[in-house]
Design a protein around this ligand. Structure first.
Ligand code: UT7
Length: 331
């Protein structure tokens, strides 16, 4: 059996917010942001929602895969910023694209969400429960950001990316001799460090509890702790995945990393002793879109002709939870 991505799609809000725009909101500078993060601009919602962005990304992925919405078996949306608590975003997407035969649910692993959803879809397909899945990362983080906190508001952007994943009965061998499809996945979580990157929701406040104040509902982050975690865990889990698949760094064509900070990506490349040219990036124009960063990057790199059949990709991310993961696949 081969389980592979046969279509990708992405959608970004129209509004571009540059570092110069942020200089008007908080005490910061384009120079500081570019030097410390690599970000020059990001897209911010002017009304687009997590579900509308996700639906647009899904439609594009389906079009590339040559499938219609009614052929979709499973929709998994990774998001930490849904517009509704109920119903879940995946059911909204199902309705928006008309995928009436699909089973749909959300999954939250923050910035690792797309990877975790991809791995979940893989297991459903591998066991034969479903034949295909739309795997989505979609976020409108701009509503969770404290726009007076310069430590976080400079980092995040809004957007959505999707991948259509299909199982096929036969083995597909590419012209370079590699077997197409998912090869290996590694996931990890460290709940004990959860509060270094958090965002409050509703406090326990029911008919039987003394009335409590609502907790802050904005993102709080200890940037340096997250930075340390990422630069240690990401290369370690990529190495673990490579070891499991009996592969070396040189066997990988593209490292598609979560786009949180250029310095983190450079540090991962250095630790793996891999050429930075094999780490495609879009952080300079999109910022950190949490679960959407990897699928948006994948779609942009795919549509620009960057990925050829037979290329081996490592997808790797980290984020709130704390969570992290790496998946290896041959296109
Ligand atoms: O998806 C996962 C999400 N999160 C991450 O990946 C975050 C990982 N962490 C980071 O990317 C970095 O820690 C940041 C970009 C958030 C911060 O960069 P840093 O190099 O760790 O800066 P810092 O927090 O050590 O701050 C250095 C200085 C401080 O001033 P003092 O105390 O040295 O005077 C900060 O107050 O820079 C100051 N600073 C800023 N200055 C201008 C912090 N934010 C800003 C800002 N503009 N936006």
């Amino acid at each position: 059996m081969t389980i592979n991505i046969t279509g990708t799609g992405s959608a970004l809000p129209e509004k571009v917010v540059t570092n110069f725009d942020l200089e008007k909101l908080v005490e910061t500078s384009d120079e500081w942001i570019q030097k410390r993060t690599g970000i020059a601009e990001r897209r911010i919602s002017g009304g687009e929602t997590v579900s509308t962005l996700a639906a647009d990304a899904c439609s594009r992925a389906l079009e590339m895969a040559g499938k219609t919405a009614d052929e979709v078996d499973l929709i998994l949306v990774a998001t930490c910023s849904p517009e509704l608590l109920l119903p879940c975003c995946a059911c909204q997407v199902q309705d928006l694209i008309g995928a009436s035969n699909a089973v749909a649910f959300d999954l939250n692993a923050a910035c690792s969400g797309f990877l975790f959803a991809l791995n979940t879809a893989y297991v459903y397909l591998q066991t034969g429960i479903y034949k295909n899945a739309l795997v989505v990362g979609s976020e409108v983080l701009s509503k969770l950001v404290d726009w007076s906190d310069r430590g976080t508001c400079i980092l995040f952007g809004d957007g959505a990316g999707a991948a259509f994943v299909e199982a096929s009965g036969e083995e597909i061998i590419r012209s370079n001799g590699r077997r197409a499809g998912m090869e290996c996945m590694v996931q990890g979580s460290d709940g004990a460090k959860g509060m270094v990157l958090s965002c409050g929701e509703r406090a326990v406040n029911n008919a039987f509890t003394p009335k409590r104040q609502m907790e802050s509902s904005y993102i709080h982050m200890d940037g340096q702790e997250v930075y340390k975690f990422a630069t240690k865990q990401v290369p370690a889990c990529i190495q673990k995945a490579l070891d499991r698949a009996d592969l070396a760094v040189e066997d990988v064509d593209w490292f598609m990393l979560h786009q949180a900070n250029v310095r983190i990506i450079e540090s991962v490349a250095k630790r793996l002793k891999a050429d930075i040219a094999r780490f495609p990036m879009n952080i300079h124009k999109a910022g950190n879109m949490s679960s959407a960063t990897i699928p948006v990057l994948l779609d942009e790199w795919n549509r620009s002709g960057g990925i050829k059949e037979g290329d081996r990709l490592v997808l790797s991310g980290f984020g709130a939870g704390l969570t992290y993961g790496a998946s290896i696949l041959v296109w």
